[in-house]
Write a protein that binds this ligand. Sequence first.
Ligand code: ATP
Length: 362
Amino acid sequence: SSVRTETASTPGVTCRNLVKRFPDGTVALDDVDIECPPGGITVLLGPSGCGKTTLLRCVAGLEQPTAGAVLIGGRDVTRVDAGLRGVAMVFQNHALYPDKTAGGNLAFPLKMAGVPKRERVRRVAATAELLHIDGLLERRPSQLSGGQRQRVGIGRALVREPDVLLMDEPFSSLDAELRVEMRAEFLALQRRLGMTTLYVTHDQIEALSLADQLVVLRDGRIEQCAGAEELFRRPATSFVATFLGGMNLLTGTHRDGRLSIPGRPDGLTLPPSLSAPDGVVTVGVRPEDLRPGPGRDDDLSLELTPVLTELLGRERLVHGTFGGLRVKVRLHADIAVGERLIVHASAADLHLFGFDGTRLQE
Ligand code: ATP
């Protein structure tokens, strides 16, 4: 009873040198190149205003790019009407018709597309079964829970059997537990149906858990595009490193193995195996890669002043200061605020960025 049957010919999506300049001069997209693999999930991640929604709307055909092209399955669709692109979009606020039943909401896009009644009934039933809403088809949106409404919203996109599915923060209005559940369910569904998916979020956990390919946007430009694991392990810039996983950044002036840091006249001794150039550099270390104790010769050792601790569950997130810098550490032990805390990280867990924020290691 699958909604979509053939996946062999799933088209990919290409954004080629996309530029979007709004009439007021705002440049929302500035020369964006993305290759979304057929059948995979490409996640667009970035802070508010970086251009995620604009990019999705350009692919959907709801926005006309100022320059550049959108290709679906290799075909240039930049001038093709939204309705003829084989693309469906799921919005954050589900945007259901309040006066139609759930079933009516699912059937509506098919009616508009002129799908005959019998086929409509079949497809609505198959989609409802897929999303476990078959018992709710007679209800109006106001009689559904948030999660059920979002299922109807997703169903309304899937019922058209799109080649490409665009999702704009689809679960962000749901509570945390339901969000995690819906995300896992969506992933299973996407794997089963295999439509090429572009997924917008500003939630890094969601991004890491869904992405086959992860694109970090900043001010309308691509900061990095890679697999989720690669992006986490080897962030290309200090911006990516902090945005994904909250890496600590220790910026100072390096000379002869010592990093001088504002407010710490004694500076910081860098591990001998970390070959930093002279001048302004940033040493990055993740909160979970810092461990209690001074460490050994080739470790980075830091004496922090804890200012705040947060309970995360099994662990605590300790916010400390090192001179004028803020440093976060994930620890099992309870740490008293105000006491000194010595932590270390192995040289292999350190990331090095240049004065312009780009990664210096290979
Ligand atoms: P958020 O996470 O807050 O939804 P976003 O990454 O999706 O943000 P966009 O909505 O794509 O960002 O907006 C990108 C930039 O374009 C922002 O600076 C925004 O103010 C601007 N923008 C969006 N729509 C318009 C418009 N119609 N006219 C002018 N500027 C716009």
